[in-house]
Design a protein around this ligand. Structure first.
Ligand code: ADP
Ligand code: ZN
Length: 744
C-alpha cells in the first residue's frame, strides 16, 4: 500500500477532518488501553515516541503505541485532543512494546503499569541539562597581567581538556575568580562539558584458560550464541565451579557479534567483587542498574541502552525493562533466587520474564545456579532447556563437610543459642586464624517480646505480627509495615515495670552471645536494617574478604554470591527456621537452597570447609540432603512432592488476595468472589480463607488459591472470572499474583 492511500484510509478510519492524523497513546498508569490523540501539523509521532499529552487535568508523558489497545471505542474526532509536544528521548523499541504486552497479558497487570516500569528513569524524558566548563583557547594572545595563579591554571589547562570551573580551580589551587579573569581575557573559553561516554567492554581483554569440564560448558554456551536463536541453558555447577567465568565467555561472544548483553543478579549480589571480576575480564566496569542509582544516572543509562551505546548491563530484575534495542543474551545468575520475584504493583518473576524476553528477541538465555529452582531443574530434565554441568570446584577443593547438631540431644543452655559443639568449632577456627560465619535468617534482637507478669505479647497495632526487638536502635519494630516504638520500660498492659522479656534469637542476640563467649574476636554483623546502602554493604564485604573479621554474623544477605577466602566454618543457628511455613509449597526448596548456599561459603579456595547445622529435625529430607551434600537426593525428593501435589512446575498457581480496612466487608467480598468462580473440571479454587498474616497496615486480608494443570489457560480463566465481578467499593483491593512465591 502506498503512503498517500495509507493515510487516506487512516482518515476515513477515524473520521477526522482531512489532514488531521491521530495516533494511539499509552499512558503509564493503571489502565489497559490507548487513547487517540491528534498529531499537530509538522510533528513527528512515530510508534514508540514519547510525547506530552493532555491527560485529565494534567499534561503527562505517554508513548505512541503501534496499534490501538483496549476496548477501542472510537473517539469523536471533534472531542479528540492533540498531542502537546514531542519529547527528545530515543523511542521505545518495538520489541519492548511486544514484551510489555506479553508481561501484561501473563501477569494480568494493566499494560500501562508494565510500561511505567519501562519508564522508571524520569530524567531520560527531561531536556538534557548541559553542564558547562572551560577549556584553553589555542593560540590566544597572552593576557596583559600574568600572575602565578594564572600561570598554574594555564599549565593545568594546557592539555586541552574541558573541565568544570571548580575542578580546574581546585587542580590549580586557586579561586574560580582567577578562572573567570582568564575567560574575560579570552584565554579560556566556556564550552559544554561533553556527556560521558560509556566505555566499551573488550571481549578479548583477558580470557581465562579453562579446564576440560569448563571448556565443554563454554562450547555449549557459545554454540547457543552462534545459533542466533532462542534457547535456554541451565548452567548448573557447585559454587566455585567457574560458572561466572564460563558465562563471561558467552557474554564476550555476543559483544563480539555487536549485540548487547544483560546479566541479572539478585540485588544483594551486586557487590564490587562482581564488578571487579567483570572489569578484570572485559577491561572496564559494566553499567550497573539497581534501585540505588541517582536519578541523573538512571536517565543517562536509560538513553544509553536505548541508543545502543551501553553494551552490557549488570543489574537487578528491573534491568529487564530497560529499552534494549540490540539485546543478544540474558544471563540470570543465581536463577533460583526469590529476589527475582517482584511482589508489588506488577507481580512478575524476573527469571521467567527473562526467558520470555529471549524468546521474543530470538536470543539465548542462560540460567546459572548451584541450586537450581525446581522449575529449571525439571525443564533441563525433560530437555526443554539445555543443560551445561560443571561438576567440581575450579580450585579442586572438596565441598564442605556438613553435619547436623541435633538440639534434642545436645541441649542449649537457657538463654543461649549456640551449642557446645558449635562454640567448640568456632574456637578451633579462630585458633587456626580462619573465619567463622554464623547464619540466622532473622533480623533484630528477638522475634517476640512478652510480659513475664501477665503474659501479654507485644503485637503490631496495624498487623497480625509480633513486634521484633531491635536492641541497637532501642526499638520494637513491625517487619510488615515498619511501625516502631521505643522499647517500653513497663508492660503496656499490666504496667509492671521491667517485666518485658525477649523470646527467641535474632542476629543481634547471637552477636551478644558471641561477644560474651569470644571477647577478643573481631565480629561483623550483617543485617539489611543495619547497613544503610549498597556502598556500605560493599565496604563490609570487602573487609570480610580482607580477613578483617574473625566471626561474621548475618542474615541471608551473607548467603549469596560472595567469596570469602578465609572462611572455614559456617554455623547455621536455626536450620529449621525456613521449614515452618506449612502452606508455602516452596518452603523446602528455599530452605535447601539457603542452607546449601550458606554452608557452601566455607572453604572455597584452599582448604575444606565445615558446616554445622543446628536443628530439631535432623530426619527431615532437607536436613538429610544438606548433611549428605546430596543435592540430587533433595531434587528427586522435591520433584516427587511437586508431581504428587500438582504443584509448580507440574501445575500452575495463582493467588488472589482481597483486602480492605473493613473486616466484615473483606470476608463478604472474598466469599462473593469465590462463589463467582467459573465452573471448570480442570481448575480448582481453594479458599477463601483468612490470610496467615490476616492484617497488614490496618488492612484485613483474605486469600484464594487457584490451581490449574500446566496446559490450561489459567489467565483466560481468571479474566473470565474477573468479568463477572461487580464494581467494588473503592477501598477493596484485589491483587492477582500469578506464580506466587508468597503465601502469607
Ligand atoms: P561460580 O560462579 O560457579 O561460583 P566462579 O566463576 O566464581 O564460580 O569461580 C570460582 C573461582 O575460581 C573464582 O575465583 C574464579 O576466578 C576462579 N576460576 C574459575 N575458573 C577459572 C579458570 N578457568 N581460570 C582461572 N580462574 C578460574
Ligand atoms: Zn505492622
Amino acid at each position: 500500500m502506498n503512503a498517500p492511500l495509507d493515510s487516506l484510509l487512516e482518515i476515513l478510519d477515524n473520521g477526522a477532518t482531512p489532514g488531521a492524523r491521530s495516533v494511539p497513546v499509552l499512558m503509564p498508569v493503571a489502565l489497559d488501553q490507548t487513547y487517540d490523540y491528534l498529531v499537530p501539523e509538522g510533528m513527528e509521532a512515530g510508534p514508540g515516541s514519547f510525547v506530552l499529552v493532555p491527560f485529565g487535568p494534567q499534561t503527562r508523558i505517554g508513548i505512541v503505541w503501534d496499534g490501538p489497545r483496549g476496548d477501542g471505542k472510537p473517539v469523536d474526532p471533534k472531542k479528540m485532543k492533540a498531542l502537546t509536544s514531542g519529547i527528545d528521548a530515543p523511542p521505545l523499541p518495538e520489541i519492548s512494546m511486544r514484551f510489555a504486552e506479553w508481561v501484561a497479558r501473563y501477569t494480568l497487570a494493566p499494560l500501562g503499569m508494565v510500561v511505567r516500569m519501562m519508564m522508571s528513569a524520569d530524567t531520560a524524558f527531561e531536556p538534557p541539562k548541559h553542564r558547562f566548563g572551560v577549556a584553553i583557547v589555542e593560540g590566544a594572545a597572552p593576557p596583559p597581567k600574568i600572575t602565578p595563579a594564572r600561570t598554574r591554571v594555564l599549565d593545568v589547562a594546557a592539555d586541552g581538556l574541558v573541565r568544570a570551573k571548580s575542578d580546574l580551580a581546585e587542580l590549580a589551587g586557586c579561586s574560580t575568580g582567577v578562572i573567570d579573569g582568564l575567560a574575560a581575557a579570552g584565554m579560556l573559553v566556556e564550552v559544554a562539558i561533553p556527556e560521558r561516554v560509556f566505555p566499551r567492554p573488550n571481549p578479548a581483554h583477558a580470557t581465562a584458560t579453562f579446564t576440560a569440564d569448563q571448556t565443554r560448558a563454554v562450547d555449549s554456551l557459545k554454540s547457543a550464541v552462534d545459533a542466533q536463536n532462542f534457547s535456554v541453558t541451565l548452567l548448573d555447577g557447585v559454587t566455585g565451579s567457574g560458572k561466572t567465568e564460563v558465562y563471561f565467555e558467552a557474554v564476550a561472544r555476543v559483544l563480539e557479534a555487536g549485540q548487547q548483553t544483560l546479566i541479572l543478579l539478585p540485588e544483594i549480589a551486586l557487590t564490587s567483587q562482581f564488578l571487579d571480576r567483570f572489569e578484570r575480564r572485559f577491561g572496564v566496569r559494566p553499567v550497573e542498574w539497581h534501585s540505588a542509582l541517582r536519578p541523573a544516572e538512571r536517565g543517562r543509562i536509560w538513553k544509553g541502552v536505548a541508543r545502543g551505546d551501553v553494551r552490557c548491563v549488570v543489574g537487578a530484575r528491573s534491568a529487564l525493562f530497560l529499552p534494549f534495542c540490540q539485546l543478544g543474551l540474558i544471563v540470570v545468575d543465581e536463577e533460583h533466587d526469590q529476589g527475582f520475584k517482584q511482589d508489588d504493583r506488577v507481580h512478575y518473576q524476573g527469571r521467567d520474564m527473562a526467558v520470555v524476553r529471549g524468546s521474543l528477541g530470538k536470543f539465548p538465555v542462560v540460567l546459572a545456579s548451584a541450586t537450581p529452582s525446581i522449575e529449571s531443574h525439571v525443564n533441563a530434565l525433560i530437555g526443554r532447556y539445555r543443560h551445561a554441568v560443571l561438576p567440581g570446584r575450579f580450585s579442586g577443593v572438596e565441598m564442605p563437610d556438613v553435619s547436623a547438631i541435633d538440639l534434642r540431644s545436645e541441649k542449649l543452655e537457657p538463654g543461649k543459642w549456640l551449642s557446645q559443639r558449635l562454640v567448640q568449632g568456632i574456637t578451633e577456627t579462630i585458633e587456626k586464624g580462619q573465619q567463622s560465619l554464623l547464619f540466622l535468617n532473622r533480623r533484630g534482637y528477638a522475634p517476640l517480646t512478652l510480659c513475664r507478669s501477665c503474659g501479654h505479647r507485644l503485637e503490631c497495632p496495624q498487623c497480625t505480627a509480633w513486634l521484633v526487638e531491635h536492641r541497637f536502635k532501642k526499638k520494637l519494630t513491625c517487619h510488615h509495615c515498619g511501625f516502631s516504638l521505643a522499647l517500653p520500660e513497663k508492660c503496656p498492659k499490666c504496667a509492671t515495670p521491667g517485666s518485658l522479656v525477649a523470646c527467641g534469637p535474632g542476629v543481634e542476640r547471637v552477636q551478644e552471645e558471641v561477644a560474651e563467649r569470644f571477647p577478643d574476636a573481631r565480629v561483623a554483623l550483617l543485617s539489611s536494617d543495619l547497613i544503610p546502602g549498597l556502598t556500605e554493604m560493599r565496604e563490609i564485604i570487602r573487609s570480610i574478604e580482607a580477613r578483617e573479621f574473625d566471626i561474621i554474623i548475618g542474615t541471608q544477605i551473607v548467603a549469596k554470591g560472595h567469596n570469602f577466602p578465609g572462611l572455614a566454618l559456617v554455623g547455621v543457628v536455626d536450620g529449621d527456621l525456613g521449614l515452618a511455613h506449612g502452606a508455602d509449597p516452596r518452603a523446602a526448596e528455599r530452605t535447601f537452597q539457603l542452607l546449601h548456599q550458606v554452608t557452601g561459603r566455607a572453604g572455597r579456595t584452599s582448604f575444606v570447609g565445615r558446616g554445622l547445622v543446628q536443628t530439631y529435625a535432623p530426619e527431615h529430607p532437607v536436613m538429610q540432603a544438606i548433611v549428605a551434600g546430596d543435592r540430587d537426593a533433595f531434587l528427586n525428593y522435591e520433584v516427587r512432592t511437586r508431581q504428587a501435589g500438582l504443584l509448580p512446575p507440574y501445575g500452575r498457581l495463582a493467588a488472589i488476595i482481597i483486602s480492605s480496612r473493613d473486616k466484615a466487608l473483606t470476608e463478604t467480598v472474598a466469599r462473593d468472589i469465590a462463589r463467582r468462580a467459573p465452573q471448570s473440571d480442570a481448575i480448582s479454587v481453594l479458599g477463601p480463607s483468612e490470610a496467615p498474616i490476616s492484617v497488614v497496615r490496618g488492612r484485613y486480608r483474605w486469600r484464594l488459591l487457584v490451581k490449574a494443570p500446566r496446559d490450561v489457560d489459567l489467565q483466560g480463566y481468571l479474566r473470565a472470572w474477573a468479568g463477572t465481578i461487580p464494581k467494588l467499593k473503592s477501598d477493596v483491593r484485589i491483587t492477582v499474583d500469578i506464580d506466587p512465591y508468597n503465601f502469607l
